[in-house]
Design a binder for this molecule. Structure first.
Ligand code: NDP
Length: 319
């Protein structure tokens, strides 16, 4: 379902993420059913959550629910905040050793005092369904991707579904994180885009982003990309997802569409917002992904796809 009443005939078209996420999950479900039928095994995802961060708990619940939807087994390990790095690494090693576990996901961020890099590096690369292990990062950058980070992989699925051309276009990625920006740029390069990467030290950001036919933004600064950053007619993908609670900020960023956002704040205490100013993008972009309703839904769908892929890789059913 496309978010809000944003459409008008001469304005940018919205790229719906829900329809893509549902299609991916349906496909995974069918493939899981045939794996069970033909091999007698259902893929299994082990999730680990250290501590009680409420946002992380919601993400984990969504992942477990998605597993149920597509027929993937899930096994959750909830550990107390006081868990030591040694204890966590022991758990990861025991999951690595189990033949009945296909994917291992450690919900980030980890509590202070536990080095995320060490934990990620401990996960068997063939069970690394987040695609964060250096082996998987290296494979992607060498042009031989195997398990790829879910959010940028989901962006590619979204672009393909909506038949957005990638090959040969001028693409710009704003943000260079390990989980979104860097793998996003690699995936676009893999698909023959001409890729520019921007970050907090980029000079005259708008002058750079305005050159792009395809602009992907993953920064975490609500509404920072406005009309001046967007080439007329460009496709804009907004990966940003932040909670906005300040009504004055909502009024500034949403203008005449603010009413629905106020309603969301009264109901839930916040409204979700991306890095792109939607009202301005509507006027300038050719196509763009709304928040919510765009990229956000694809991450979990791609996690299901990666878990299925890990199960097949481990059994030598695919390479
Ligand atoms: P990080 O904080 O790890 O990275 C942010 C990046 O933005 C950094 O590379 C930083 O540059 C860059 N940046 C910060 N300020 C500016 C600026 N003024 N101009 C240009 N670049 C800037 O964020 P993530 O990649 O983890 O997440 C980004 C957003 O995507 C967040 O809103 C997050 O919630 C969302 N997200 C959504 C997901 C989904 O499922 N839809 C999944 C993952 C993330 P530098 O490197 O120089 O510091």
């Amino acid at each position: 379902m496309i978010a809000e009443n944003l459409k008008a005939s001469n304005q940018a078209a919205l790229l719906d993420g829900a329809v893509v996420a549902n299609q991916i999950k349906e496909q995974v479900k069918r493939e899981v059913e045939s794996l069970v039928r033909e091999q007698g095994v259902a893929p299994c995802l082990a999730t680990i959550l250290v501590g009680e961060d409420p946002a992380s708990a919601v993400y984990i619940r969504n992942k477990i629910r998605a597993c149920e939807e597509v027929g993937i087994k899930s096994e959750h390990h909830g550990l107390p905040e006081s868990t030591s790095a040694t204890e966590l690494l022991e758990l990861v090693r025991s999951l690595n050793a189990r033949d009945d576990v296909d994917g291992i996901l450690t919900q980030l961020p980890l509590p202070e005092g536990i080095d995320e890099t060490v934990v990620i590096e401990e996960i068997d690369p063939l069970k690394d369904v987040d695609g964060f292990h250096p082996i998987n990062v290296g494979r992607l950058s060498q042009g031989h991707p195997q398990l790829v980070p879910c959010t940028p992989a989901g962006v590619i699925e979204l672009l393909d579904y909506h038949q957005i051309e990638i090959r040969g276009v001028s693409a710009c990625v704003v943000g260079r994180s390990q989980i979104v920006g860097r793998p996003m740029a690699q995936l676009l390069l893999q698909r023959d885009a001409t890729v520019t990467m921007c970050h907090s030290r980029t000079r005259d950001l708008a002058a750079v982003t305005r050159q792009a036919d395809l602009l992907v933004v993953a920064v975490g600064r609500p509404g920072m990309i406005g009309a001046a950053h967007i080439k007329p007619g460009a496709t804009v993908v907004d990966v940003g997802m932040e909670k906005l609670t300040d009504p004055a900020e909502v009024q500034r960023l949403f203008g005449s569409a603010a009413e629905k956002r106020f309603a969301a704040i009264s109901k839930r205490g916040y409204t979700l917002i991306g890095d792109v100013n939607q009202a301005e993008a509507l006027e300038v972009a050719g196509k763009f992904t709304p928040v919510p309703g765009g990229v956000g839904l694809l991450t979990v769908a791609m996690l299901m796809k990666n878990t299925l892929k890990a199960a097949k890789l481990r059994r030598g059913l695919i390479q």
